[in-house]
Design a protein around this ligand. Structure first.
Ligand SMILES: [Zn+2]
Length: 385
């Protein structure tokens, strides 16, 4: 790969690649010019020696990584750089429940980073969530939907607030779902005790995502399908899946793909500990212990986000779930891009889209990353790669 410090040639041709497209794997060359995928280009040739090229990963739900948290905008660069080095070229930064002032400050700071293109938007995970399904959110800070607070956050987000997770059974929740949809903020159903009927009412009101399906929601029972069955059965709804082998067991993850296919979006829900190994961390105001790669609230058993990258989630979809590589790539890129409404620009390796991609070896490990046609200097971040 060319030295990223040099001025990039006008074009690049990745030769001898196995290009992972939405409908299969095509051996051949991938042409890049002016940061976009094209049908032809002149410039440097880079021989990939048969390695896979997949579209850059789109992570629509991630809290941090490499010791850094999106809750603290001054740390956001570190988290985004870590995930970018692992192939995530589009990031929606997620904020856990905080006080009104904390959320206002975080949204304000993250909106600056979104304007700079470091992240693609902001996801408010809360604060309008169920006490019974609060997971790693501080139950003392959960509150009923507050339209005035939400509209204030929309203003502070300056067009970069992309998604909000809401428990639709809370008083006023469906109004907030409608307001969010009208404001261009994708309403998502999650951290919820909702019945199936209430979840369906939220989807009818404009909710289009189920936040980490199965986790922090009323479980599926064969006589009461709840929000899980409602989401899996609704063709309008994208379901997020934390495919880390901890949050959802492979047999159940396979069921989600069997039921919802191209509507399953892999997410990391990664917190600051991703890439850092075992230790003690913070998620919002909560203390989190990571032991054997598993993040849990200190002194408890509640799972508190993951420690994976999208590259891990993608690889596990192939190795643990048995998905064809193109289906795993779709779940890691095109499906979340569609859910976010940015699939005209990212999500697949098709002419006209941004040249956002990851190069993978035979073991599906990331060897190189490109964002808008520029090679990402991974070595500075990952040390040994
Ligand atoms: Zn989360």
């Amino acid at each position: 790969m060319p030295n990223p410090d040099e001025t990039p040639a006008p074009g690049t041709i990745l030769t001898n690649a196995r290009i992972v497209l939405p409908d299969g794997v095509r051996p051949g060359n991938l042409h890049i010019a002016d940061g976009k995928i094209t049908t032809a280009a002149a410039g440097d040739e880079i021989d990939l020696a048969g390695r896979y090229v997949v579209p850059g990963f789109v992570d629509m739900h991630v809290h941090g990584g490499a010791g850094a948290s999106y809750q603290r905008p001054e740390q956001a660069c570190g988290a985004a750089a870590f995930h970018l080095a692992h192939g995530t070229t589009t990031t929606i930064a997620s904020l856990v429940t905080g006080t009104p002032q904390e959320l206002a400050d975080a949204v304000t700071g993250l909106a600056d980073l979104a304007a700079d293109g470091m992240i693609a938007g902001i996801h408010l995970e809360g604060p309008y969530l169920s006490h019974d399904r609060c997971g790693a959110h501080d139950p003392a800070l959960l509150r009923a939907p507050d339209l005035a607070e939400f509209q204030g956050l929309v203003r502070l987000g300056r067009g970069h607030l992309r998604m909000i997770t809401i428990a639709p059974e809370l008083p006023g929740a469906l109004d907030l779902v409608r307001q969010a949809a009208d404001a261009g903020v994708i309403p998502a159903v999650g951290h919820t005790e909702a019945s199936g009927d209430t979840a369906r009412a939220a989807f009818d009101a404009g909710a289009r995502v189920a936040t980490h399906l199965f986790n922090a929601m009323r479980p599926l029972h064969h006589r009461e399908g709840g929000p899980i069955a409602a989401a899996l059965n609704d063709p309008r709804v994208t379901v997020e899946l934390i495919n880390d082998g901890v949050h959802v067991e492979p047999a159940v993850a396979r069921l989600a793909f069997a039921a919802a296919g191209s509507r399953v979006a892999l997410i990391t829900d990664a917190m600051a500990a991703a890439g850092m190994g075992d230790g003690d961390y913070r998620l919002g105001v909560m203390d989190v212990e990571v032991r054997d790669g598993r993040a849990a609230l200190a002194g408890g058993t509640s799972i508190a986000g993951s420690t994976i990258t999208m590259a891990d989630a993608f690889r596990r979809a192939v190795t643990d779930l048995g998905l064809p590589i193109e289906d795993a790539a779709r779940a890691a890129s095109l499906t979340p891009a569609r859910a976010l409404g940015i699939d005209a620009r990212v999500g697949s390796l098709e002419p006209g889209k941004d040249a956002d991609l990851a190069v993978l070896d035979d073991d599906l490990r990331v060897t190189h990353v490109m964002k808008q046609g520029a090679v990402v200097p991974r070595a500075r971040i990952l040390g040994d790669n």
